[in-house]
Write a protein that binds this ligand. Structure first.
Ligand code: HEC
Ligand code: HEC
Ligand code: HEC
Length: 172
């Protein structure tokens, strides 16, 4: 699978971004070489980033200069409790592994479960989750990556055990 999805990364000289005549193009590492070693995904930039990080395939720097300790949070929040699609599980862990709280709080989301009026329409317009998903993180066509929890699982207790994290259902 790795090889077959890897074939879709364009060489730098053909990507429409780099000047094919500039000498730098021959010095830079090609995307297929850099990304083809990481856990593959079937969409976006073809890397399953959270898995790649968990497996130690990549070790991003925590900061360029600051020595402040990184801040983590690992609770899950369930969103979309009333809709027709499967429930959306927002995992703080998968986000705070890369992103400081200030990327989202409070200018994108108030840090209170259920306090934000989220909508798929706004997300598709590039707001809320769509500020990143569809831009730098997996694309919005991957519905089930967000709408990942069956409604039937949340009416009883099983979801809590199945998700393995503290669940904070967003009261709507
Ligand atoms: C990045 C995460 C994400 C992705 C990907 C995503 N959604 Fe959503 N979706 C949400 C969130 C968050 C809400 C709003 C939940 C709420 O009402 O609190 C939502 C709400 C919805 C709603 C309205 C509520 C409902 O369940 O009826 C629909 C319909 C919907 N999404 C369909 C889709 C479809 C279809 C796709 C794939 C094409 C998709 N979504 C992909 C996060 C996502
Ligand atoms: C990628 C965006 C993002 C990042 C980064 C993020 N959060 Fe959140 N946070 C959310 C969303 C979305 C909610 C759910 C809001 C809702 O239910 O309407 C939330 C909810 C919360 C809540 C209220 C629910 C709860 O769990 O008690 C707190 C507190 C919170 N965040 C703290 C933090 C802290 C502290 C950090 C950094 C360590 C952080 N968040 C990083 C998006 C983020
Ligand atoms: C500030 C940027 C940002 C925002 C806003 C954001 N995300 Fe993410 N999200 C990321 C990044 C970066 C990753 C990790 C890279 C990837 O999987 O593409 C990620 C990963 C995820 C994952 C996958 C976790 C895994 O284990 O693979 C889910 C699910 C997710 N986000 C849902 C959401 C939902 C729902 C919202 C809105 C409530 C949201 N995100 C808002 C940046 C963001």
């Amino acid at each position: 699978m790795g090889n077959c999805v890897g074939a879709t990364w364009l060489p730098l000289e053909d990507d429409g971004v780099h000047d094919p005549l500039a000498p730098g193009v021959r010095l830079l590492q090609q995307p297929a070489e850099a990304l083809g070693r990481l856990t593959p995904d079937s969409a976006g930039n073809y890397v399953r980033w959270v898995e790649a990080l968990d497996k130690g395939e990549i070790k991003p720097r925590e900061a360029l200069r600051s020595k402040a300790a990184p801040r983590f949070r690992d609770d899950d929040i369930l969103l979309n409790l009333k809709g027709g699609m499967p429930i959306v599980r927002f995992p703080h862990r998968a986000h705070t592994l890369w992103l400081d709280c200030s990327n989202c709080h409070d200018h994108l989301f108030k840090a209170v479960a259920g306090a934000n009026k989220l909508s798929m329409f706004a997300i598709l317009q590039g707001e809320q989750c769509g500020v990143c998903h569809g831009a730098v993180s997996f694309p919005l066509t991957e519905c089930t990556r967000c709408h990942s929890v069956a409604r039937s699982a949340v009416n009883g207790k099983p979801a809590q055990a199945a998700q393995g994290g503290a669940l904070v259902p967003a009261a709507k």
